[in-house]
Ligand binder design. Structure first.
Ligand SMILES: [Fe+2]
Length: 356
């Protein structure tokens, strides 16, 4: 009698990894980024922009030169959070991060050289208030600047007598539009950024919030044709400051500048409003997010199907918020061509699977 066949469990031999001929060389260490520090926007009518950013929103003018303004929030101690430069066409010229030491400038050059990215050293004070800097065209297509030494401005935190508008305190974050959110996440992870929250579904990463300072983010990604700047987020201390700028714009019959909100974000828990400046650059006034500084800070993952993810109260997001964003410029000041969105989104209404 034949013995019954012994049932052998199927073996899964580990696949032998063939040596890859084109394994990338290990990257040198990235610069030690401290925080998102400032941005430069090109605007087409500086007087109109000054009215919006300074007279209405309440930014402080650190310096005004012909054709250019240097602005900061009331808590900010370095020279500026925002440069507004007069130009022929609206655009976002650069995003600037502060780094921890002067040696991080050399690290930035070596890191981006290894990535094959164009870089340039910028001499001290080429930008007023900023000493030597390194600029690069990063792998996502944005012109990014790293600087260490900066000129300090007068401390205005307790000059309550000067405050106006939304009483902005400081720059909080950059939100950028990228064709491939996962690639953006991987790149910023290589720069040492932590991940605080995501919007995802199955294998698709629709949006991610990443930080160096100990808040929810310094940079966030929205999926779409890119590279484009989605918005600059400025921190205010209290939710009534968000409401106040809405009341001011309503009183002036300039309510059309309020694009979305006010509301409570699901992601980040922040209270927010999105405004559009006279050129259409989007600005968020943002308050009451949370501490992320523990080394093992757990990630909060939102389902793309949760209607509370973008607005905790479930309010729909206006389509322009998903589709419109600012052109970005290369190192030579030329507009960057757009790469079409590559997100494998299951639900294609809006950048993160907006549920109609
Ligand atoms: Fe934001």
């Amino acid at each position: 009698m034949a013995l019954p066949k012994r049932h052998e469990p199927k073996r899964h031999e580990p696949k032998r990894r063939e040596p890859e001929r084109h394994d990338p060389l290990p990257l040198p260490p990235p610069p030690d980024i401290v925080r998102a520090a400032y941005a430069e926007l090109v605007v087409t009518d500086l007087a109109e922009s000054r009215r919006f950013w300074v007279d209405l929103l309440g930014f402080v003018v650190t310096r005004a030169d012909p054709g250019v303004l240097y602005l900061r929030g009331y808590d900010e101690l370095i020279h500026h959070n925002l440069i507004l430069r007069q130009g022929a066409a609206a655009a976002a010229a650069r995003l600037a991060f502060r780094v921890r030491t002067a040696a991080d400038l050399g690290r930035a050059e070596a890191f981006y050289a290894a990535l094959g990215a164009r870089t340039a050293r910028v001499p001290a004070d080429a930008t007023p208030g900023v000493r030597e800097a390194v600029r690069t065209e990063d792998p996502l297509g944005f012109t990014v600047e790293f600087f260490f030494a900066a000129q300090y401005a007068e401390r205005l935190q307790q000059r309550y007598d000067l405050r106006r508008g939304a009483e902005p305190a400081r720059l909080d974050h950059f939100n950028i539009v990228v064709p491939d959110v996962r690639a953006a996440y991987e790149y910023y992870r290589s720069l040492g950024f932590g991940l605080s929250e995501t919007i995802e579904d199955g294998d698709t990463l629709y949006a991610a919030w990443m930080f160096r300072k100990q808040t929810v983010h310094d940079v966030a990604f929205t999926g779409g044709d890119g590279p484009r700047l989605h918005h600059l987020g400025f921190f205010a201390h209290e939710s009534h400051q968000v409401l106040r700028i809405c009341d001011i714009l309503g009183s002036l019959h300039e309510e059309f500048l309020i694009e979305r909100g006010p509301g409570r974000h699901g992601v980040s828990n922040a209270f927010y409003v999105y405004l559009r400046d006279p050129d259409g650059h989007r600005v968020e006034i943002y308050t009451s997010d949370y501490f992320t500084g523990d080394p093992d800070h757990p990630v909060l993952r939102w389902s793309v199907r949760d209607p509370r993810r973008r607005d905790f109260w479930g309010h729909p997001v206006i389509p322009s918020w998903y589709t419109e964003a600012s052109t970005v410029l290369d190192l030579d000041g030329r507009p960057r061509p757009l790469v079409p969105e590559q997100q494998p989104a299951e639900v294609k209404v809006g950048a993160d699977g907006f549920i109609p």
